[in-house]
Write a protein that binds this ligand. Structure first.
Ligand code: SF4
Length: 583
């Protein structure tokens, strides 16, 4: 199959069905090698907003500079070398938990909208090499062998940032990959899926929830990216990424629910209370808890932003800390406007930071993996500066009431009323479930998801997951026999909860997930979404509709594998898609 014969447009039509994934191997291997992106400032195409839908080459649409891009590329290269030593260590019983955790944390830092500070990436590169040197010693002492001829194992980083940038430019995405564009597409799908998996594993490890099988896979998969001879075997690693990501999300779910209780339906105010204010954005519940503890009794109200909305559903956050008042603003992409208007201090946890405006740069702090040059980065969960800054700033001058939003319909809540849900389906009060999940973003085409939700017939239930929900929460969707038609399962980090709901309902109905009256309408933006998508494919879920655009790193031949085996398809229009699903 030539590339010309399988255009992106052909993706809209269903490809030849019933072809095993590996059967496409000859077609992929025969594809014409592509010309790598040479002579550009940088090259990155890991997220949905990539320039022209092809790749950021001048500077990142996200704000990533060519300098940071080169440093991140070099960090990935050094991590591959570290993982190669970890793979050798595994063979002789050497397993270093610090190396495992560090690898995931460092990978997480290269996710879209996470780490923009060259100095912090420089530190990560040197730390990687220190870990690598120590691993080599340990592996040799244990009688193991390491391929010391592999340049990634002996690579010596320069001591200056400019020197590292020069080195990084030799290890760009296109340089450190197969020249066969389909194999490279698999390598990059694997790399970006790994970044998402590493983010979830990092979140979970903060709760002490870890699994050596996840770490073993991360090292094996990262190291595999040094071995281009694997060819089609990368496809197996890509699918295994989905399996291991599911495990990482399960660990995170266990961490969240063990520490904070299972989310319960909770009405969240979207207005403000007169008084001093702290805003917590990102995804990290432990950071929010630390802010709540450290601001308790000081006359400060704490607000959530973006993906932190779901935190209000956790009893041991909302009920334990009455000064966790409400939710401010909407999804991540509006932060520049919303943060500029916030009259208190702001803490950005994990991913989703944008270039801070001068108006609020002195009021915003970063923590964990997230960073921006010139923004104070706080360590060890010590948020005294955030609290002190909030006390210095004016706060809200008066109470303002706005509409509330309901959260807390995670697996425990939904499955707690499973009998009602099942009865509703059996007596035809509920015709269908739509999971509208995934990220929000700036593209106009993302308006599809609200239009879709509004056009969903009144006898259908909509479940939301991740920040795409912000487009839907201002609409009243009503209820079906007391069951709200709009059920928010949680953050993107709670995808495991949505999967559990689907799996448990399929058991109750004694059918497969694909036979349930359930459709997945997904929006993707960054690499956590790539990992979640791979998990859904690992579960064998078919007929997923994906938008707003297809990943630039997926070639038509790789796409064909996904179409043939999973019937994954792009969103079209709400009218057409709803008609195709419901008939
Ligand atoms: S993360 Fe996305 S926006 Fe940023 S440089 Fe890469 S492709 Fe461009």
């Amino acid at each position: 199959m030539s590339e010309k014969k399988l255009s992106r447009r052909s993706f809209i039509k269903k490809g030849t069905m019933g072809v095993a994934a590996t059967a496409i191997a000859p077609a992929i291997l025969a594809a014409t090698p592509a010309v790598a992106a040479k002579g550009k400032n940088m090259f990155c195409y890991q997220c949905e907003q990539t320039a022209m839908g092809k790749g950021c080459t001048y500077t990142g649409v996200c704000g990533k500079t060519p300098e940071v891009a080169a440093l991140q590329d070099l960090l990935i290269y050094t991590l591959k070398g570290l993982s190669l030593t970890a793979v050798s260590g595994k063979k002789v019983g050497v397993n270093d938990k610090n190396v495992n955790r560090f690898t995931c944390e460092a990978l997480f830092s290269t996710l879209t909208n996470v780490e923009f500070d060259p100095n912090r990436i420089e530190d990560l590169i040197h730390e990687t090499v220190q870990y690598r040197t120590a691993m080599i010693k340990k592996v040799k002492a244990a009688g193991g062998t390491i391929d010391m001829k592999n340049p990634a194992v002996t690579f010596k980083p320069k001591s200056s940032i400019s020197g590292l940038v020069k080195q990084g430019k030799k290890h760009g995405l296109m340089d450190d990959a197969s020249k066969n564009k389909d194999i490279r597409s698999l390598q990059h799908t694997l790399l970006f899926g790994l970044k998402g998996l590493a983010a979830y594993a990092n979140h979970a490890s903060e709760f002490g929830q870890e699994d050596d099988a996840v770490y073993e896979y991360v090292h094996r998969a990262l190291a595999s990216l040094l071995d281009y001879s694997l060819g089609m075997k990368y496809l197996n690693l890509v699918l295994e990424c989905g399996e291991k990501n599911l495990k990482a999300m399960e660990l995170l779910d266990a961490g969240n629910t063990t520490r904070f209780g299972h989310p319960i339906p909770t009405s969240v105010p979207r207005g403000y209370k007169k008084g001093k204010a702290i805003l917590v954005s990102g995804h990290d519940l432990i950071d929010l808890e630390a802010v709540l503890k450290q601001s308790e009794g000081k006359g400060i109200f704490v607000y959530t932003h973006g993906e932190m909305l779901a935190c209000h559903g956790y009893p041991k956050l909302k009920k334990k800390y009455p000064h966790l008042y409400g939710h401010y603003g909407s999804a991540w992409q509006y932060q520049k406007k919303e943060f500029a208007q916030f009259p208190g201090s702001i803490l950005m946890t994990t991913n989703c930071i944008q270039k801070p405006k001068r108006l609020y740069k002195k009021n915003i702090y970063t923590t964990g993996t997230v960073g921006w040059p010139g923004v104070k980065h706080l360590e060890n969960k010590n948020y005294k500066e955030v609290v002190d800054k909030a006390l210095d700033l004016p706060g809200f001058p008066e109470d303002v009431k706005k509409n509330d939003v309901m959260v807390g319909f995670a697996r425990n809540t939904v499955l707690g009323v499973a009998d009602k849900v099942i009865a509703g389906v059996k007596n035809k009060d509920i015709r269908h479930f739509f999971l509208i999940g995934g990220c929000d973003g700036v593209k106009k085409k993302r308006g599809y998801y609200l239009d879709f939700a509004k056009q969903v017939p009144k006898d259908c239930v909509i479940m939301t997951l991740a920040c795409g929900k912000h487009r839907l929460i201002d609409t009243n969707f009503g209820d079906i026999g007391g069951i709200p038609r709009l059920l928010d399962v949680g953050q993107c980090n709670d995808a495991h909860s949505a999967v559990q709901i689907a799996v448990e309902l399929s058991k109750a109905f004694k059918v497969s997930v694909n036979e349930l009256p359930l459709s997945f309408i997904l929006s993707w933006y960054e690499q956590k979404a790539v990992a979640i998508l791979l998990s859904l494919l690992h579960l064998g879920i078919k007929d997923i509709r994906l938008g707003p655009s297809l990943p630039a790193f997926i070639t038509p031949n790789v796409l064909k594998v996904l179409v043939d085996n999973y019937n994954i398809m792009p969103i079209t229009t709400p009218e057409k898609d709803i008609k195709a699903i419901l008939g």
